[in-house]
Ligand binder design. Structure first.
Ligand code: FPP
Length: 241
């Protein structure tokens, strides 16, 4: 068996269907999803996985009905408040990934406070992808590189893959080794487009609120059984590490 991934990223999908199957509102599904998130964070801490990204709100999720968006914002604020102490005690450091400026003030403040409170965590780094989109991430990086060129700080001839990486939201953290998508779909949905280049993809049909430590274990074992070549022929060195 290979080693555990350093960086696990999760597209948490299926909250709405989980709720519908129980005759509940979608918001109840998101609430159950928040509980699931807490359990998975705990499990990653236990397994000493260094980095975990969770895709909590995409740049496309604004298209959802207003009351669902409001509910998700409120849930993020509540989660940030209710989990802060426990995350801090567990040594988790929370890093928001995405354009948090556009979140509702209460969600933004909650997440920023959580990030400040956990600043000196030396265990799991939890990258919270909120208002995140892979294309928006790349467009923002390109804009920042262009600004650097205009200021004379970057020579256009020096712009390469590693230069671009430094301007992504996820910098300086390593690319995910494993991307898990729950809820049965098999697509990236605009998540970590640059960062996913060599990630192992794992999809399962379990809805996110039902996804527990055992399901994570199944995904991790599937990852460990894979052979990663990074475009080379054997265990070539990993980009961006
Ligand atoms: C996708 O399920 C899930 C989301 C858009 C939101 C993810 C949010 C959580 C897991 C809540 C907890 C997060 C935080 C940070 C508190 P879906 O609604 O698209 O499900 P469906 O595909 O079945 O409709």
């Amino acid at each position: 068996m290979g080693s555990l991934p350093d960086h696990v990223a999760i597209i948490m999908d299926g909250n709405g269907r989980w709720a519908a199957e129980r005759g509940l509102k979608r918001t109840a599904g998101h609430r159950a999803g928040a509980r699931s998130l807490r359990n998975i964070i705990e499990e990653c801490v236990r397994l000493q996985i260094p980095y975990l990204t969770v895709f909590a709100f995409s740049t496309e999720n604004w298209r959802r009905p207003r009351d669902e968006v409001d509910n998700l914002m409120a849930l993020m604020a509540e989660f940030s408040r209710s989990e802060a102490e426990e995350l801090r005690n567990a040594g988790v450091r929370v890093i928001p990934v995405g354009c948090t400026e556009a979140l509702s003030p209460v969600a933004r403040e909650g997440i920023e406070t959580l990030s400040r409170m956990t600043f000196d965590g030396d265990g799991l780094v939890l990258l919270l992808a909120v208002n995140y989109g892979g294309r928006a991430d790349l467009a923002r990086a390109a804009r920042r590189v262009a600004e650097g060129c205009l200021r004379g700080e970057i020579d256009p001839a020096d712009i390469d893959e590693s230069c671009l990486r430094r301007y992504l939201h996820s910098y300086p953290y390593p690319d995910p080794d494993l991307i898990i998508r729950t809820g049965g779909e098999r697509r990236l949905s605009n998540f970590y487009l640059y960062q996913a280049a060599y990630a192992e993809l794992y999809a399962c049909d379990v809805y996110w609120p039902d996804f527990g430590p055992e399901d994570l274990g199944v995904a991790l074992r599937a990852y460990q059984a894979r052979s990663r070549r990074f475009g080379g022929s054997a265990d070539s060195s990993r980009e961006g590490r």
